[in-house]
Design a binder for this molecule. Sequence first.
Ligand code: 5AD
Ligand code: SF4
Length: 436
Amino acid sequence: MKYAIITYGCQMNLHESEKIAGVLREHGYDERAELEDADIIVFNTCCIRENAENHAFGNIGALKKLKRQKRHLIIAVGGCMAQEEGKAALLKERFPFLDIIFGTHNLDELGELIERKRREKRAIISLREERRSTEDGIVPVRTSYPNAWVNITYGCNNFCSYCIVPYVRGRERSRHAEDIIAEVTSLVKEGYREITLLGQNVDSYHSEEGVRFPALLDACARIEGKFRLRFMTSHPKDFSEELVETIARHEKICNHIHLPVQSGNDRILALMNRRYTRAHYLECLAMLRARVPGCAVSTDLIVGFPTETEEEFCDTLSLVEEADFSTAFTFIYSPRKGTKAAAMQGQIPEAVQKERIMRLVEAVNANTRRLSAGYVGKDTEILCEDFDKKRGMYLGRNPEGRMGYFTSDRDRIGEFVTLHVTSANGISLYGEERGD
Ligand code: 5AD
Ligand code: SF4
């Protein structure tokens, strides 16, 4: 029997889908397939912004016909949107043909739910409030070679006023350091060349045994073998000198940090409950760049937060250059039911939000282009991760997260390649392999 998984959202979800695939393989679905050929289709959803939800709704609805043609097909919806208050009932009402709805704390029982569904006719909804354990014992079917994702924390305690994650992912739980180190060690032995440690806020990692994030990162970087280490996401309020020292100490840790700032204005930052100021953020970057020259910093930015004025937006705009972001993900504020910001007075009209995001994207792109152009004529090491059929070129990222493209007459995926950069376009670099 065959399976298909449709994933929305962040790296956390992409990795979770690898675990879902692991569960499906244990329950008789041994081959990945296109939707039309699948015997089970699982949607792993996201609810961080409204359009993520709309996408999922549209694509689930489109399966009605397939389900009618293929009676034995099981359709399951899981992930953040399923966990959101009231959403499971809404999903069931809108799409009566759904077979299973499971939340973010139910991954370990997904196999059981599938078995039950095969026996019973009725739809199964299973949502847990919280899960204390951080170990699910599931062996993921990894799909991102040469990169491998490794969870270090689950959930979030920060309650940024706009964000729904703490509600749908629950309280922050840290995995045992020794389990993480053992997982990374075996992945490196298996041949993975890049390990990305994942958490909503990796800097607040704190194991029961008292291990903090810098010590964990240090231990991972001491594992033998040729590989790179990345981690995401960091929070400026928990950013520490110790972390910077750890990055500086280890060749294996990429010179790149994803440090979402969200806004460049202190009043908006306070309203967002981010618990740092623009000045603190810039101090973090100064400390980082003093110890790790050339370290790339990428970020997330939100425009049109409730009550944001034109002047306050301009503070975000000016920060893009001042902070010299290598790249930035830009978002229009999207009210999420149940969060503090959704209930605030002074929601910003859509037309204003759109106009602001266009200006912001332009500023971000200008900076990205300028930084990319700086690579031309220089060498950079990329880890080849894929082949782009359209371009007919291999591609991979350098330590700072820039995508590099090159041609080769043999398969290079999984290899470290030194690229001599000959041109740049946006965030992409083009070059020739050194020594070719
Ligand atoms: N509206 C817009 N963007 C949001 N993010 C989180 N919640 C919202 C929201 N309600 C963005 C933040 C976060 C990223 C993952 O998504 O920038 O860092
Ligand atoms: Fe959401 Fe803030 Fe937690 Fe990130 S740190 S997941 S933005 S609440």
